[in-house]
Design a protein around this ligand. Sequence first.
Ligand code: TEU
Length: 572
Amino acid sequence: SAEYAWWTSAVVYQIYPRSFQDSDGDGIGDLRGILRRVDHLAELGVDVVWFSPLYRSPQDDNGYDISDYQDVDPLFGTLADLDEVIAALHDRGIKVVMDLVVNHTSDEHPWFVESRSSRDNPKRDWYWWRDPRDGFAPGTRGSEPTNWGSFFSGPAWEWDEQTGQYYLHLFSRKQPDLNWENPEVREAVYAMMRWWLDRGVDGFRMDVINLISKDVGPEGALSDAPVASGLYGDATAASANGPRLHEFLQEMHREVFAGRRESLLLVGETPGATVEDAQLFTDPARAELDMVFTFEHMGLDTVDGDRFQHRPLDLRDLKATLTRWQAGLAETGWNSLYWDNHDQPRVVSRFGDDGEHRVASATALATVLHLHRGTPYIYQGEELGMTDAGFTSFDQYRDIESLRYVEEKRAIGEFDDEQLLRALAFGSRDNARTPVQWDASAHAGFTTGEPWIQVNPNHDRINAEDARADPASVFHYYRRLIALRHDDPVVQTGAFTLVWPEDTEVYAFHRAQDGIRLTLVANCSSDTVERDAAELRVEGASVVIANHDDPPQAPSGRLRLRPWECVVYRVE
Ligand code: TEU
C-alpha cells in the first residue's frame, strides 16, 4: 500500500492564547495558563497544537500584527515559558505549529519604523510605498494609489504625511504589507523561520500566505480592482494568488524546509484559493505546502460572501463544495478539514442547533467533518460544543474587524443599530473568541481577574469539568473521533463517494479502501427523518461510531434517524 505522510492520521488543535487560560489574573490567557491545561490536550488525544500568534505585538489585531518575530509578547510570558510549553507538549507526543504572519508586520516592527523614516532609507522598499494618484489632493479620499479596500473596512492605503506617500495595508493600518518582491525581505523571513525550527517547533500555519505576491504590472504599478460591493475594490481579487506566489513558496521550501520536511506540518491559510490552486500548493512533487485552508464552505450561509450577512445554509451546497475539494485532492495533494477557528462563528450555532440539540448537532457535525479525507482541525472549545458569544450590545465586542465594520456602516448610514447588532451576532469573529469554559465557577475558571472579553454565561452548563464527567458529552465524543482517525486506515485515506447529493437534511457518504467500506449517515436537521436504507448498502454492517446509544443496527428497510443523529457503519 502507498506510503502516506504522518499527518494523514493526525488531528490538529488550535489554541488562541488570549482566550485559552489565564494564570496571572490580568484577564488575558498566557503560556503558564496553557501549561496548566496540557493534560486536557493529551486526554483529547490530539497530535499537533497550532498556536495563534504569541509574538511581541501591539495587539491591534490580537497578535496578527507582529513587532518582533523572535520574542514572546509579555502579555503571554517569555521565550523561556514558551520553551517549557513546547517541552511539555513534546513530552506528551504532541507537535507544535506556530502561526507565521509574514504578509505584513506591525507598523511598530523595526523594519517598518525604518522604512517609514525617509524615502531613501535602505528598508524603504521592504513595504509598498506609492505616490498619491494625480488630480486629487494628497492624503484625501480618492488620492489613494489604487481603489483597494482593507479587509477591516476603509481604504487599504494609509497616508504618511512625513514622507508624502501612501503605504499598503490589506488589514489594519497597523499591519503594513511586506514587499515580497524584494529579495532581502524574503531572506529575512526565511532566516526567522529557520530560527524557530532550530528552536524545536514542528511547522507553521501560514497566515494569508496566498496574498504575499501582489500583481505588479509594468514599472511596479498596482492597479484598481473590481468593486464588488460597497465603496472599495476587492483586495482579494487584486492580491490573492499573485503571479510569483508559487515561486516564493518553492523558494521558501528550498531555503527553510529542505531536509527537514518529513517531520513538519506546513499549512497555508488561503482565502479565495480554488481547488485548482490547492492542487498546486499541495502536490508533494512541487514542494510548496502540505495542505491549505479553503474558505469556500465558510461563505455558503452568507449573502454574496459578506461574512456579516446571513442566509440559511442549504445542505446541498455544503456537500457540493466539500465533495469538490475531496475529488480535486484525491489523487495528489491533501485537504485540511475545519468548521471553527478564531475567525469564524461557532459551527454548532451556525450550521447546527445550539439550543435543544446542541450535543447531538455538535457531534453530528464533528462526525461529518472528521470522516472526510483530510487532516481535521479542532478550535479550542469546539470539543466542548461551545456556542457563539450571544452578545447583544456594541460594547461587548472587541475585534477590530467588527468595530471598523460598525464604524464604516454608520458613516455611510447603510444600517440601523438593530441591523448592525444582528450582523455582528451572526458574523463577528468575537463569537469564537470568548474564553474557554473550563468549569462552572465565576469567569468559567479562565481567569481570577476581569476577562478581556466576556465569558459566555452558558458556562454554568457548558464546561470542560462537567464534560469530562459525562460520558455522553461532546468532549468524550471528540476523543472517540480522534482515536478513530488514529486507528482506522479507511478514515485516513479511503476513497470518498458522496451519497444523496440532493438531500437537504441527510448527509451521507462512503469511504472505501482495501475491500472495506465505511458509510456515514447524518441527519443534519432538528426533525426526525426517514430514508431508504437499501441505498446505503449497509445490511449486515457493524456500527463504528454513533452519537446516540442505540443507533439503528445494519438497517435494510426504512432508516429512521432522530434529530441530528449520525451513525458510521463498517462493511467488510
Ligand atoms: O485571516 C485572514 C482572512 O482572510 C479572514 O478570515 C479575515 O480574518 C477577515 O475576517 C476576512 O473577513 C488571517 C487571520 O486568521 C486573522 O485573524 C487576521 O486578522 C488576518 O489574517 C490578518 O493577519
